[in-house]
Design a protein around this ligand. Sequence first.
Ligand SMILES: C[S@@+](CC[C@H](N)C(=O)[O-])C[C@H]1O[C@@H](n2cnc3c(N)ncnc32)[C@H](O)[C@@H]1O
Length: 208
Amino acid sequence: MGLFQKFVSQTRKPEGFLGKMMLKGMNSGHAKLADWGMSYLPAFSPNAVVDLGCGAGRNAGELLKKYGRAHVTAIDYSPLSAENAAAYNREMIDAGRCTVQQGDVSDLALPAESFDLATAFETVYFWPGLEKCFAQVAKVLKPGGYFLICNESDGEDQTGLKFEKIIDGMKCYTVAQLNAALRAAGFTHVKAAHHPSKPWIMVLAQKG
Ligand SMILES: C[S@@+](CC[C@H](N)C(=O)[O-])C[C@H]1O[C@@H](n2cnc3c(N)ncnc32)[C@H](O)[C@@H]1O
């Protein structure tokens, strides 16, 4: 495996020196996509939010700013990502508004029906068994809770498909594929948007 392939493969589960390098650029690299996706969230005031596959933690930080009364839990199965997310959100952790946990979305150790909003930025590509993982998300959401997915790839763009070929275990999904898996996992209302000039997608699902 060449260095480029080794480096981009760190998006799946950052670890070691290359993982540290990847995490350094991740917050700024995904900020525009995350802000675009978050603009579709409804006007509401969640008490409990969970950011799944949180990476270096910037988006959890934005959710804490956006929802001044909410507690935000940030989860990642990479110890290095969790460490970076905790460092990024240190003040909010100390203030009791944020928790960072190491955990796998395929087996979430979180209380059932406890979150108003779950978010997943640039991460569902790597989740093992989409329906199973989405069912885990549905389990921890309260009835009526929202699940926001934001991806830089719409499942058909050349860049996404190129990375899919070189990153082991990566799968780029179309809106139709995400919609089907969400509905199979128990989400009822699903809406989606495509960025006007980029292959970015956001899917917002609600638990019935
Ligand atoms: C490309 S990064 C995106 C990070 C962050 N959401 C962002 O937008 O900057 C993908 C992250 O998802 C995490 N991840 C992938 N599969 C996961 C799983 N099954 N459970 C928890 N985290 C996962 C990876 O460890 C990595 O930190």
